[in-house]
Design a protein. Sequence first.
Length: 237
Amino acid sequence: MEKVTVILSSKGGSGASFVTAGLGTALAKRGKSVLIADCGFGMREIDLMLGVSDRLVFDMGDVISENCKVENAVYPSDFADGLCVLPAPQENMSVSPDVLKNLLETLDYDYILADCRCDSLAFGLSRYFQTVITVQPEPLSVRCGNRVFLKCRECGANNIRLIINRFSERDFFDKKYFADLDEVIDKVGARLLGVVPEDDILSSAFQKGLPWREKTKALYALDRIAARIDGVAIPLF
Ligand SMILES: Nc1ncnc2c1ncn2[C@@H]1O[C@H](COP(=O)(O)OP(=O)(O)O)[C@@H](O)[C@H]1O
Ligand SMILES: [Mg+2]
């Protein structure tokens, strides 16, 4: 797998930031150096989720405006050794995908995960880097997921993968929105990278910015995805 991955939501709230933070933690726990670049310009989240918000002085906006060097805007997280956060600026800022691409490409990490919103910046970045769309197994999210997939393709993306997030077996079979997961995958159009279960423990760890040491349900799934990203051949399920 390539070094930089762009992660974006099918629609707000389908778990792009959750998956980015969880996958970054899982990759770092495999001994890799990982940078999470929060690309939610004007609405940062990852710093709070990964417990570095109290320490922030500089952010990606300062790096792009050349107010500081990139190493001054990178904050290590207690969630895992080797996991760092490059926070988004709190103010809105117009940044072109090319500027961000050039910045991300110069950084020296095993893996860089760009937590994006579903916006033109993410679509522009999808042309340069492998892209993951997070979708919840619900009709509205799946339909948006397909729109996002087509939009990324229109922008030149050719490596787009799908993560089905917030999966609960009971809900899925009770609600009968879809016959099976294959139908979800077909309707979005992107190849499946993994399925992440609903996980309140990890969600509240991210809400509080406090690391959770034991493996949670989602972390098990994210570990398997991380292993596959890291080149280990393990089956999807
Ligand atoms: N797998 C999951 N299990 C439980 N809660 C989740 C899961 N994925 C996301 N959430 C919660 O859903 C909300 C929206 O997720 P978030 O990652 O912020 O979405 P996005 O970045 O796509 O807008 C957050 O409160 C988050 O903790
Ligand atoms: Mg987000």
